[in-house]
Design a protein around this ligand. Structure first.
Ligand code: GTP
Length: 373
């Protein structure tokens, strides 16, 4: 056995990973109108790039992207995976097949043998998962599937995965609402190790949910499914607030990524201009070719490439789309601004507001402050 040096484990030979990147990312609209969610930049690189880099560090040598929505964007960016030291290919679904259907759809591209482990990652999570340890747990337990679990304080938006004293999964409970349904704080963290032969058994050519159909089906026929709780970093990037948090955490080093070798207070990308009197703080990213004018403050936010922030503007916990223009003295807090939108001087938008791509907000002298609303 050969230790690959990427963690605690002892993965050997070719290890394949499937990344599920075909979702529409509706919760992140309007950012996902022009780019698929996994291709949105966090800490200056697409979410998928951070995932592939971590997977490679964890011993993965072949990556298959299960794409559907905006499939071309992935192949254009990643090519054959050489930048990441992996052999990469993209498989396209003509119609979205759901998480299980997408896994089945790439089966013909797998090279693993029937009893080999195959990793599957949801394309919208940031993790500090010890990948080799998960594969080792799968192997040591001789399990059909090993699921990466994380503990959260409010599990209502997630799939609960209770386990017995031996780590065997006893049920899959999707998005519980009542206190009686919340039987554990362990949730499905969006990464699995499958015995390859089980992937071939997922029904082909129709939508399948791995969470609602495949996993409960495996339990029903008595297959051994184990859960492995990893205490490391975990974040689902599904919502705008989570998205900016993920980017901040990568910039500051709270979330690990080989693509951010030197964490810091902020990240100013190539060709960006930040006036010396402006402040960029809280793990913010100022993208390629952006401009931040005198006296502006950008805190805990992400400016996509080419965005401009005017004099004296205040941008907090917000995402500013590509080439968007934010006028002088604008205040944004917890806002998503679509690509190419223009917000003229004096506007003030707060939590949850979303400005659609290319929209224009006229100048205003109206002022709202949080203690007046
Ligand atoms: P929301 O619409 O905001 O819920 O986001 P989403 O479309 O990404 O859905 P969800 O967060 O449930 O998806 C989990 C992961 O599976 C994401 O990485 C998606 O890209 C991926 N995914 C979801 N549905 C499909 C599908 O039909 N095909 C493929 N290939 N991937 C999918």
């Amino acid at each position: 056995m050969t230790d690959h040096g990427g963690g605690s484990g002892r993965v050997i030979g070719v290890l394949e990973a499937i990344l599920l990147v075909g979702g529409k990312g509706t919760r992140l609209r309007p950012l996902t109108i022009s780019a698929p969610k996994p291709m949105l930049p966090v800490a200056g690189r697409p979410v998928t790039a951070h995932q592939i880099a971590r997977a490679a560090e964890g011993g993965v040598s072949r990556v298959i992207l299960g794409t559907s929505y905006r499939a071309d964007v992935f192949s254009d960016y990643f090519g054959n995976g050489a930048e990441f030291g992996v052999d990469l290919r993209c498989v396209v679904e003509e119609v979205p097949l759901g998480t299980g259907g997408a896994i089945r759809n790439v089966a013909d591209s797998l090279e693993s043998g029937p009893d080999d482990p195959v990793l599957v990652f949801n394309g919208d999570v940031l993790t500090g998962l010890d990948i080799p340890a998960l594969v080792d747990a799968w192997r040591d337990a001789d399990a059909a599937v090993a699921l990466y679990l994380t503990r959260v304080s409010d599990p209502r938006a997630f799939g609960l995965v209770p386990t017995d004293d031996n780590g065997r999964v006893t049920a899959f409970l999707e998005k519980p609402q009542t206190p009686e349904e919340i039987v554990t704080d362990q949730i499905n963290a969006g990464c699995y190790v499958f015995r390859r032969s089980l992937i071939d058994k997922i029904p082909a050519g129709r939508p399948v949910s791995v969470e609602r159909e495949t996993f409960p089906g495996l339990l029903a026929v008595g297959e051994k499914v184990i859960g492995v709780v990893d205490p490391g970093y975990w974040l689902d990037l599904g919502t705008p607030l989570a998205f900016v948090q993920g980017s901040r955490d990568l910039v500051s080093g709270t979330a690990p990524s080989p693509l951010v070798p030197e964490p810091g207070a902020c990240m100013i990308m190539f060709d960006a201009r930040v006036d010396p009197s402006a402040a960029v703080t809280g793990g913010s990213v100022v993208g390629v070719g952006c401009a931040v004018a005198a006296g502006a403050r950008v805190d805990g936010s992400v400016l996509f490439d080419g965005a401009e922030v005017g004099e004296g503007a205040l941008i907090v916990d917000s995402v500013i789309g590509r080439n968007a223009r934010i006028g002088s003295d604008v205040r944004l807090d917890g806002v998503v601004v679509g690509d190419g939108a223009q917000i003229a001087t004096g506007n003030e938008l707060a939590h949850g507001a979303r400005v659609f791509p290319d929209a224009e907000l006229a100048p205003t002298s109206l002022r709202f402050s949080s203690d007046q609303t």
